[in-house]
Design a protein around this ligand. Structure first.
Ligand SMILES: *Cc1c(COP(=O)(O)O)cnc(C)c1O
Ligand code: SF4
Length: 377
């Protein structure tokens, strides 16, 4: 390990630049020399930066980089964005497209896997590239850049399918697009009568909260109902800047939820997850999903077992404000599946036998006739 050598986290940056999201986008860390302004990379990190060049995208906003710990190589911020040599070890189960998104794509950029909902990839760009990304195969790649005529084609598909009630703007990160582009998309979509809600999936409140400007919030507020799901993974990300960005969204009437990916060494302990969930609800964000990490090539070192995830959930249930608890899910080509422990054990002569979150057994008396097929216990 490198000898601990504390560094000022921020290189001297004028306040007006620090508050300007476009400055952060222009000044992203993209090579080893840029990174050295924040920390001394380890030999392994240097090797991985070199080895992943041209294979996976890499960039980090100065804001997000300022949250990294310069002395702790296991820092959960650092491990989300600085590559390690393990990324180049493609395990045999590492897939490019584990959810068969390509097969569920009726037109380019649309994933229609649930009858009433579509995911609409409006850009392939992100402000930072998370090392575990589900769409690692496409993010940041020029061949996945979306042209306006292609976006129009996807909008036409939504307009032609009246069963679609809910569109989820995703990517990449939709909020890397400029305000005018976002407004164009929202106005086109809100003109479709059968669409009931628009959702945005964006990690900007986490990696570049400066992007959530009051101008952007004004735009969003004109196209309600607009919901936003963001993606905090660790309590260290819950900064005053992030909290202000969320406050602006909420004041614009945008309900904010959170999706977390369970990541080995980053957030796979009950203590960390509890702190994260409690911190989120303090910021008035509703924890929505906790995702089991997908089988993406080059991410095996960041995956943790489903047993660990279930154990964490067991330790949260009953010990945390009800609405602070996310649903632990696995995404499959057939949709998302809750990874829950069954609290209902079965039925005996007296009623339905339930194991409580505290481990006690409770029998809910037979007040209504059995109609299903619970096992006898
Ligand atoms: C996750 C997902 C959605 C949204 O699912 P919800 O459970 O309603 O949040 C929609 N389409 C696709 C392809 C998805 O993966
Ligand atoms: S912000 Fe989302 S889409 Fe972009 S790299 Fe991270 S996980 Fe992938």
């Amino acid at each position: 390990m490198n000898s601990p050598k504390p560094k000022t986290p921020l290189p001297s940056v004028a306040t007006e630049n620090w508050g300007d999201w476009k400055w952060h986008m222009r000044n992203r860390i993209r090579n080893e020399a840029d990174l050295c302004a924040y920390l001394d990379p380890t030999d392994q990190e240097k090797e991985a930066i070199e080895a992943t060049k041209g294979v996976f995208q890499w960039s980090v906003t100065p804001y997000y980089a300022s949250l990294m710990d310069a002395t702790d190589t296991a820092c959960p911020i650092r491990r989300q964005v600085i590559p390690l040599p393990e990324e180049m070890q493609f395990d045999s189960i590492g897939l490019e497209d584990p959810l068969e998104e390509v097969a569920h794509s009726p037109v380019k950029n649309l994933i229609h896997n649930y009858p009433d909902r579509v995911a609409f990839c409006v850009t392939s760009q992100c402000a930072i590239y998370c090392r575990y990304c589900l769409r690692k195969r496409m993010v940041g790649e020029a061949e996945f850049m979306m042209r306006k005529d292609e976006l129009r084609e996807a909008i036409a598909y939504i307009a032609a399918h009246s069963e679609i009630k809910d569109v989820l703007l995703t990517g990449g990160d939709p909020l890397t697009l400029g305000d005018a582009h976002i407004e164009w998309l929202l106005s086109e979509l809100s003109a479709i009568d059968h669409l009931e809600i628009i959702r945005i999936g964006s990690r900007m409140p986490v990696k570049l909260p400066q992007r959530i400007t009051s101008e952007l919030c004004d735009i969003l507020s004109r196209y309600h109902p607009v919901w936003l799901n963001t993606h905090f993974n660790h309590p260290k990300e819950l900064t005053p800047e992030a909290s202000e960005a969320i406050d602006r969204l909420l004041r614009a009437g945008v309900p904010v939820g959170n999706q977390t990916v369970l990541l080995k060494g980053i957030n796979d302990t009950t203590k960390t997850m509890r702190e994260l969930c409690q911190g989120l609800v303090k910021m008035r964000i509703r924890p929505y999903y906790l995702y089991q990490a997908q089988l993406i090539g080059g991410t095996a070192h960041l995956r943790t077992s489903i047993e660990t995830g279930m154990q964490i959930m067991r330790e949260l249930q009953g010990h945390l404000t009800g609405f602070a608890i996310p649903k632990y899910v696995l995404d499959t080509p057939y949709g998302k599946v809750p990874l829950t422990r069954d609290y209902v054990m079965g039925r005996n002569d007296e009623g339905v036998v339930i194991k409580t979150t505290r481990g006690d057994v409770w029998v809910e008396a037979n007040e209504a006739p059995a109609t299903g097929a619970l096992p006898s216990v």
